[in-house]
Design a protein around this ligand. Structure first.
Ligand code: IMP
Length: 191
């Protein structure tokens, strides 16, 4: 069964492909020739997830799903949240984003943060929404080489290594996206 993942983010596609059985053929926007950057004009993860999935559903008429995800930092009242990818500007630079978090957190003693992922799904003419989240703490150095985005500075609760140190196998069991994917997979299996 073909299902479109409404993203150009290859890191997300790789993570999802490790979690979803091969009988489901996950295609990215690039795979269906959609090179357009879908404008994420919403002010919440939920709104942006819907915008991305709706674009594919109504332009291509295909079953699809999207993930909108972000890092919500307690001491920053939930920022960068929906603006995680572009926190330090439109160039979507991970290093600059991390440096901006550190700068904003200077003088703060609460390192708590949460990764949250919202899936918006069009499947068999119905829509669904799933949320996954993982709580943890931020650190003030970058550790580890795996993953992407804020992974080198996020230590999930119950561990003492960052997502970037823990690597795919652990991240794919406990991450926000993994937890949303489990719910999505149940839907696919129910048919
Ligand atoms: P989106 O593509 O608009 O959903 O942007 C998601 C952004 O949130 C990414 O570009 C990262 O900055 C951040 N993010 C989301 N999920 C993760 C993750 O699993 N690890 C690290 N950063 C993440």
């Amino acid at each position: 069964m073909k299902i479109i993942f409404a993203t150009h983010n290859q890191n997300k596609v790789t993570e999802l492909s490790q979690l979803i059985p091969k009988k489901y053929n996950i295609l990215s926007l690039n795979d269906i020739g959609c090179v357009k950057e879908i404008e994420e004009t919403g002010s919440t993860l939920e709104e942006n997830a819907k915008i991305k999935a709706d674009y594919v559903r109504y332009k291509y008429g295909l079953d699809c799903f999207s993930d909108d995800s972000g890092l919500e930092v307690d001491a920053l009242k939930g920022a960068p949240g929906v603006f995680s990818a572009r926190y330090a500007g439109n160039q979507k630079n991970n290093d600059a984003n991390i440096k901006k978090i550190w700068k904003k957190l200077r003088g703060q003693s609460n390192p708590k943060a949460t990764f949250r992922s919202i899936f918006h799904v069009h499947f068999n003419n119905k829509t669904f929404s799933f949320q996954g989240k993982v709580d943890g703490n931020l650190i003030f150095e970058k550790r580890g080489l795996n993953g992407f985005g804020y992974d080198p500075i996020f230590i999930p609760n119950g561990y003492n290594q960052t997502f970037a140190e823990l690597g795919d196998v652990v991240k794919n069991k406990i991450s926000h996206r993994a937890l949303a994917t489990v719910q999505f997979l149940k839907l696919l299996e129910r048919g």
